[in-house]
Write a new protein. Structure first.
Length: 334
């Protein structure tokens, strides 16, 4: 027989209302009480009755998560974080790949028609996002670097993260530091901004040739971009900060195939700290942040927006850190 809220409350020694508060995260609950309730939820394999809830409050119990490229390890980690956080709150998470504004517009329409309760969107460019032109909006939270003042927003300060990484590389003795993955996107623009600021503060010249474009943010894109740099026959950078870990894996492969020592001759760094980054050889120095914290913050804002559609818009910044591994050699942080 399916466990009920009353069953969970009895096992945890709390009221049914407290169980509801833990499941829905509508009211703060003490850590000790939350732990007891979550233990009881797990022991009884409790599953929220979303259809009954929907009849009571007009909600579906479904939210949509839209990411620009579901093929990457980063996207897989983000989806996993949102599914876990959504499940803990009693939501099912519908995942979409948004390659254009039409897909976003269709999701916004679904939310307006109450086929989903809200949306979490990760656009690449604000001007290409349907949110900018949508007018009246359902509950929406943006994640990532695109910031639209009309909606809640969760992000990592990309400029600060790359600034920290480049500064550490310079302090370690690297002088020709390149960035790789430059393209037309909000993420690329912010990461390039942080790179340039670090160079200025270090008194190093800005060399446009050290801002290396790539056709796509993939391992193949990184490999091809680095191969093209090596084929020019000009001086090779002594450090390359790649705008994703997948780019960095391709860059390291291209260097090693040409007999260029990593990190002895060229330090290679990434961004995102995907799972494979710690297992490749050499293991990858990268910018890391807690994707579960991104999901929790986004769903906090989304559920609050469902309850109070007219509340002031809020932005939350999730902290980052530099994880130093073998591909850069030792780095002085702080």
């Amino acid at each position: 027989m399916r466990a009920t809220v009353k069953d969970v409350a009895k096992l945890a020694g709390v009221s049914p209302k407290t169980v509801s508060n833990v499941v829905n995260r509508t009211v703060p609950v003490s850590p000790a009480t939350r732990a007891r309730v979550e233990s009881a939820l797990a022991a009884l394999d409790y599953v929220p009755n979303l259809s009954a809830r929907g009849l009571r409050n007009g909600r579906t119990g479904v939210i949509a998560l839209a990411l620009p490229d579901l093929s990457t390890p980063y996207s897989a980690a983000v989806v996993q974080a949102f599914v876990r956080s959504g499940k803990a709150r009693g939501f099912s998470v519908h995942v979409e790949e948004t390659t254009d504004a039409d897909t976003e517009a269709a999701l916004l329409t679904r939310a307006r028609e109450h086929l989903v309760d809200g949306l979490v969107l990760n656009p690449v460019l604000l001007e290409a996002s349907a949110v900018r032109l949508a007018g009246s909006l359902p509950p929406v939270v943006m994640i990532g670097e695109v910031d639209e003042p009309a909606v809640d927003h969760v992000w990592v300060d990309n400029a600060a993260a790359v600034h920290s990484l480049v500064t550490a590389l310079v302090r370690s003795g690297r002088r020709r530091v390149a960035v790789l993955g430059v393209m037309r996107s909000a993420s690329s623009d912010l990461r390039t901004e942080g790179y340039r600021r670090a160079l200025r503060e270090a008194g190093l010249p800005h060399d446009p040739e050290l801002e290396i474009p790539s056709a796509e943010w993939s391992s193949q894109g990184g490999h091809d971009a680095m191969t093209a740099v090596l084929a020019r026959g000009t001086e090779v950078p002594d450090a390359v900060v790649c705008f994703t870990d997948t780019l960095a894996l391709g860059v390291a492969g291209a260097l090693q195939r040409r007999g260029v020592d990593v990190p002895g001759r060229v330090a290679v760094c990434g961004y995102d700290d995907v799972e494979v980054a710690r297992w490749v050889s050499p293991s990858l120095t990268t910018v890391s942040f807690d994707r579960q914290a991104v999901a929790e913050a986004a769903l906090d804002l989304l559920t609050a927006r469902m309850e109070r559609p007219d509340a002031p818009v809020e932005t939350r910044t999730v902290p980052h850190r530099i994880v130093v591994r073998d591909s850069s050699g030792p780095l002085p942080l702080g």
